[in-house]
Design a protein around this ligand. Structure first.
Ligand SMILES: Cc1cc2nc3c(=O)[nH]c(=O)nc-3n(C[C@H](O)[C@H](O)[C@H](O)COP(=O)(O)OP(=O)(O)OC[C@H]3O[C@@H](n4cnc5c(N)ncnc54)[C@H](O)[C@@H]3O)c2cc1C
Length: 201
């Protein structure tokens, strides 16, 4: 197969062996963003679980290719020149609720839709995420950007998140570890890490 991208055949094969049909090349990214502008991604990988997200980030790190984690695409603008390297579209959406004594916590994968999660919480009579009902995008995007509305935001909501640090592994970040500020966090300031398996609210 002849690749039109800047990605080598060896790198493509490395990812293809693991992800098969989840991997595509030369994919227009505009359709996955709210702004609907921008060029193509050299490699475009859809991941469906937190484990796959972690694996993809680690593989890109190992092969030294640039990577970008795409949530709902509601807070990014893609350049006309496209995105070099690997775009990882996060569709890890599992959500569960856990009762601990009289408390209920929500454990979501980072690709879960934030607004849908807020609706689920409300339907279960759980408070705390009401502010998010009109905010587009994923839980992961909101954790990174400290998204908020109506006086609430992620810094007031998040208990902890499992973050994949390439070359090191998984680490649980507490709310304090996120160093939240207005629409910002340590993950937004320092790129490269992935909110992977669990976001606890
Ligand atoms: C119509 C509209 C209304 C909006 N209203 C609001 C609002 O009321 N309040 C508000 O705060 N924002 C608002 N936004 C902005 C946007 O919805 C939020 O910032 C949202 O939380 C972004 O989430 P996303 O999944 O779309 O992130 P994306 O746009 O896909 O990504 C944003 C950044 O987060 C990173 N990222 C995403 N997922 C992960 C992950 N799992 N691990 C590591 N990094 C990750 C990406 O790499 C990127 O750098 C609005 C946007 C639109 C288009």
């Amino acid at each position: 197969m002849k690749l039109r991208t800047s990605i080598s055949e060896a790198v493509y094969t490395y990812f293809d062996d693991v992800f098969g049909d989840q991997l595509q090349i030369d994919v227009p990214v505009d359709r996955y963003t709210s702004a609907r502008v921008g060029g193509t991604a050299d490699m475009f990988l859809t991941v469906n679980t937190g484990q796959q997200l972690q694996a993809a980030v680690e593989m890109a790190y190992e092969k030294r290719i640039p990577y970008f984690i795409l949530g709902g695409g509601s807070n990014i603008l893609v350049a006309d020149g496209g995105i070099k390297g690997l775009v990882i579209m996060n569709r890890a959406r599992n959500v569960r609720f856990k009762h601990i004594g009289s408390r209920v916590i929500c454990i979501a994968e980072s690709g879960a839709n934030l607004s849908s999660l807020a609706r689920q919480c409300i339907a279960k009579g759980l408070g705390g995420l009401e502010w998010a009902i009109g905010v587009p995008g994923t839980v992961g995007g909101a954790v990174v950007g400290n998204s908020g509305a109506h006086g609430g935001d992620m810094s007031q909501t998040l208990r902890a998140a499992t973050v994949w640090e390439p070359g090191r592994g998984a680490r649980v970040y507490t709310n304090e570890d996120m160093k939240y500020a207005y629409r910002s966090s340590v993950l937004k300031q320092e790129h490269g890490r992935a909110i992977s398996r669990r976001v606890v609210i």
